[in-house]
Structure formats: structure tokens, C-alpha cells
Design a protein around this ligand. Structure first.
Ligand SMILES: [Zn+2]
Length: 200
């Protein structure tokens, strides 16, 4: 099918989305142009504003338009209880389970030396600094129960050996090995949090 230069450009641009190949991108572009111009205009507008204004929370690296996210800002949360997750989707999964009243640190991935992702890329120096400042009573390692997630949890545990007063726990029960938190239901997550165990 012949596509005009601008339509081709739109198709190409849509391919930045994960899992969108040339065929799906073409369908999306034609759908917007032929059937939903107002939806397309709204998408364009929100995209520009989100790309411009959404940034990382200075405390937890969660996505926010403010300097600090609503969780870090909330006086109702327990700021001595810190839950470490791999990404914002995992944070949302735990939040929607409704069973956690502490605060978070979002790593934005896991350690993956072969891909050039080390502690610095994940913001770990900032996390360690925050824990060493002494405000944190318990750190819950809620990285995914995958090989990489376990390695990342282990690295964090070892890096904070000198913090003798700090309690370090790992969610375990109910989260399937090799599973990812975002696909675990709220009830199971609530149990996994409640049944967390200390990591020696
Ligand atoms: Zn935050």
C-alpha cells in the first residue's frame, strides 16, 4: 500500500512502542487518521506534555510531575519502611494490593552487567546513601524472584552489611519462582509482604 510521507512517518513513529511491528503500526496510524482524529490529537497532546513534565521522584525514582511523588510526600506513610521494587509497574501492583503503608525505591530494572547495567544505572548509590542516613528501619527487598532479581537483592543486602541496626527482609511466600510481580494478584502479593522473611 502506498503511504504518503507524513503517514509513513507516523507509522514509523508508532513503532517506538514495545511489541508494535510494522503491520500493527500501520493499522494504528490508519485507525487514527480514518476513524479517530480527536483521539489522535488528544494522544499527541498528552504525549508532548507527559514527555516534557514527567520526571523521577527525587526520593524514590518513581514517575511524577512533582519534585517528590505523592507517596514520598504523604505524612500518612511509614517512612521508616522502605520497599525496593524493580520498576513502577511493580510499585503499582503492590499499591493496588492495599497491604503496604511504607515508602518505595524504584530501581528501574535489575543488575545486568552484560548489558552494562550496574549499580549506578539503577540509582543504587542514592539508595544506599538514603539508608545510611538512618531514617530507614526496615528494607524489604521486593525485586522479582528471577535470577537477576535475586542477584540484585543479594547485592543490596551485601552492600548494607555495615548497617547493623537495619532489618532486611525479602518477600517470598506465594510469589512463583521466575515470576514477575506485576503478574501476581493482589491477594498473593499481600501475603508475600506479610510473610516476608529476614535475610541474614
Ligand atoms: Zn517518591
Amino acid at each position: 500500500m502506498f503511504l504518503s510521507p507524513l503517514v509513513s512517518e507516523l507509522v514509523e513513529a508508532l513503532r517506538v512502542l514495545p511489541g508494535v511491528g510494522p503491520k500493527s503500526a500501520q493499522r494504528m496510524a490508519l485507525h487514527l487518521l480514518e476513524r479517530n482524529r480527536s483521539g489522535g490529537a488528544r494522544l499527541a497532546d498528552v504525549l508532548v506534555r507527559a514527555m516534557e513534565h514527567v520526571r523521577e521522584c527525587s526520593d524514590c525514582q518513581n514517575l511524577t510531575e512533582q519534585a517528590r511523588c505523592h507517596i514520598c510526600e504523604s505524612p500518612a506513610r511509614d517512612h521508616g519502611l522502605l520497599c525496593i521494587v524493580e520498576n513502577p509497574v511493580d510499585l503499582l501492583a503492590i499499591e493496588s494490593s492495599g497491604s503496604f503503608r511504607g515508602v518505595y525505591f524504584v530501581l528501574k530494572g535489575h543488575l545486568s552487567p552484560l548489558d552494562g547495567i550496574g549499580p549506578k544505572e539503577l540509582g543504587i548509590p542514592r539508595l544506599l546513601e538514603r539508608v545510611r542516613a538512618g531514617e530507614i528501619r526496615e528494607m524489604i527487598l521486593a525485586t522479582n524472584p528471577t535470577v537477576e532479581g535475586e542477584a540484585t537483592a543479594h547485592y543490596l543486602r551485601e552492600s548494607l552489611r555495615d548497617q547493623t541496626a537495619l532489618i532486611v527482609t525479602r518477600i517470598a511466600h506465594g510469589v512463583p519462582m521466575g515470576g514477575e510481580l506485576e503478574f501476581v494478584d493482589g491477594n498473593t502479593l499481600a501475603h508475600a509482604l506479610a510473610g516476608r522473611t529476614s535475610v541474614g
